[in-house]
Write a protein that binds this ligand. Structure first.
Ligand code: ATP
Length: 498
């Protein structure tokens, strides 16, 4: 099962004399079993926040009111560090206390100098004080793969003598449970069973609800409601065609794979602000008929060493757990600016970026990535290489035909009855250099003004007036737009428009 890997790594680390092993998990029960197995006869001292120093086997207190500090001081005495495992649970808040941190460091030094002991910290949050960074090795519990999940379900069925679950339902369960730990899966199985004494298709909803909870708790991903469809995008015909083709593959992935088609990875949409990048990300999820998760790169960066990586890892694991889904990474350039530079922050970014690239390269789950960026000059070249994204599109200012479509879409949303009376050609000629968002803005203004003036319908002139009162994007950003366009053309990105 999943822990084989973890167990053997753990055992190797102990044998190799690693001073501190940090187990990043909340599956405490399981940790006890694993530690016992890897201890190979070493004595285990356990300390936790609730009970202090306790007997590892019976969990009864050995000394009343024995603080963590007293425990560490005690251990420094001769002989006490001989073939020992020092198991510390719920100590995260102590890892922010310099006094305790420096005492733990003292112990770690003794171990490095030859004391045969290992400190094992178990926690579901990862807090690694800078001072201990050199001494700590992080171990994480892996999520189960499909076969392991199926085995877990079958074991559960056997244990409770339930009716066998049909093969295709078992497959669906395996997909739904993806990204959960064994502990969580068993909990959910127990919950489903307690509900009505069986495991059935309707339990899949329960699992989905649970996953939504996980997203909320983790706080790095946001589930975006799906309103926009591909028909809400005016223009960008090349991009839309491409997306429709990928949707066909994605929605028939088993057939497609059998045929020899690769799993779609995702795309990068870069370009001018307000021209439909976010809109396209949302429409993609709708087209693919899967949930949309937005990854906030700003929230990912943590203040402790290793925290950002753990956050990214968790976000990715969570997205894979929810998958099939679209993972929208907004403002990609913000996350990965400063790569390759000097200093702590740049190093974190570079590592983070490396992890992301590896994931993109190796990804075989139905997590379709839509990354959006305004300024690709800030993006590292490795990201733009083939094999990371299936395609990179650039979105420029809408041309005449596109502005016509965008105009129609936004009038249609608010005043469909007025569409036939409006001379769109006039609006097109007056709105050169306007972005999609600009056009939406002028339609909104015109509708509001017409209402305020007690007009029965909106007329072409209302819109023209709104145009005259607006500074277009190309006026506001003339120089940088020209530079951007040149950049895209020289890099030979695909134009999203026809
Ligand atoms: P930013 O980089 O500033 O986030 P963006 O390219 O992601 O910009 P969107 O958020 O997609 O821009 O566009 C803003 C709004 O402008 C959209 O919600 C939509 O109402 C309108 N809009 C932009 N482009 C189009 C388009 N091609 N068709 C229809 N509406 C559009």
């Amino acid at each position: 099962m999943e822990d084989k890997n973890l167990k053997s790594k753990f055992a190797r680390y102990i044998d190799a004399g690693f001073p501190i092993i940090y187990l990043n998990t909340f599956e405490e029960d399981k940790v006890d079993t694993i530690i016992k197995e890897v201890s190979s006869g070493r004595e285990i001292y356990e300390w936790n926040e609730t009970s202090g120093y306790i007997d590892f086997e019976t969990k009864t207190p050995i000394f009343e009111d024995f603080t963590l500090e007293m425990m560490i001081d005690q251990l420094k005495h001769d002989g006490l560090l001989d073939r020992k495992i020092i198991l510390l649970k719920d100590v995260n808040s102590y890892l922010e206390e310099p006094r305790i941190v420096s005492k733990i460091k003292g112990l770690a030094r003794l171990i490095n100098q030859g004391a045969e002991a290992t400190i094992v910290i178990v926690s579901n949050v990862l807090i690694i004080p800078k001072e201990l960074e050199k001494f700590i090795t992080i171990l994480e519990m892996d999520y189960l793969n499909s076969d392991e999940i199926k085995k877990t379900i079958q074991n559960f069925i056997k244990k409770y003598e339930l009716d066998e679950v049909k093969d295709n339902l078992l497959d669906e369960f395996a997909i739904a449970f993806k990204g959960l730990t064994e502990f969580e899966i068993n909990n959910l199985l127990a919950l489903s069973y307690a509900d009505d004494g069986e495991l059935s298709r309707k339990d899949l909803n329960l699992i989905f609800g649970q996953k939504q909870q996980m997203i909320k708790k983790a706080g790095i991903l946001e589930m975006i409601p799906l309103k926009e469809t591909i028909d809400d995008i005016g223009g960008l015909e090349n991009l839309k065609e491409w997306l429709k083709r990928k949707a066909k593959v994605y929605k028939n992935i088993n057939k497609a794979k059998e045929y020899g088609v690769d799993m779609p990875k995702g795309l990068l949409i870069a370009g001018v602000p307000g021209c439909g990048k976010s809109l396209s990300a949302k429409a993609t999820a709708n087209l693919f008929e899967v949930p949309l998760l937005r990854l906030d790169m700003g929230r990912l960066m943590g203040k402790y060493v290793g925290e950002s990586e753990t956050n990214l890892r968790n976000a990715i694991a969570l997205a894979e757990a929810i998958s099939p889904c679209v993972l929208w990474i907004d403002e990609l350039e913000k996350a990965f600016a400063g790569i390759g530079g000097d200093g702590g922050a740049a190093e974190v970014t570079t590592r983070l970026f490396g992890n992301f690239l590896t994931w993109m390269q190796e990804k075989d789950s139905p997590t379709f990535v839509v990354a959006t960026a305004n300024d690709i000059t800030k993006l590292p070249a490795e990201l733009l290489r083939k094999g990371r994204f299936d395609e990179i599109f650039y979105v420029g200012l809408p041309n005449d035909k596109e502005r016509e479509k965008i105009c129609q879409i936004h009038i249609n949303k608010r005043r469909p009855q007025d569409l036939k009376n409006i001379d769109i050609s006039k609006i097109i000629s007056k709105s050169k250099g306007f972005s999609g968002a600009d056009i939406e803005g002028i339609i909104k203004d015109a509708v509001e003004t017409a209402f305020a003036d007690d007009k029965k319908d909106i007329e072409t002139n209302d819109i023209v007036e709104a145009i005259n009162n607006t500074h277009s994007l190309s006026e506001l950003m003339k120089d940088s737009l020209e530079k951007m366009t040149k950049e895209y053309e020289s890099r030979k990105f695909k134009n999203a428009s026809k």
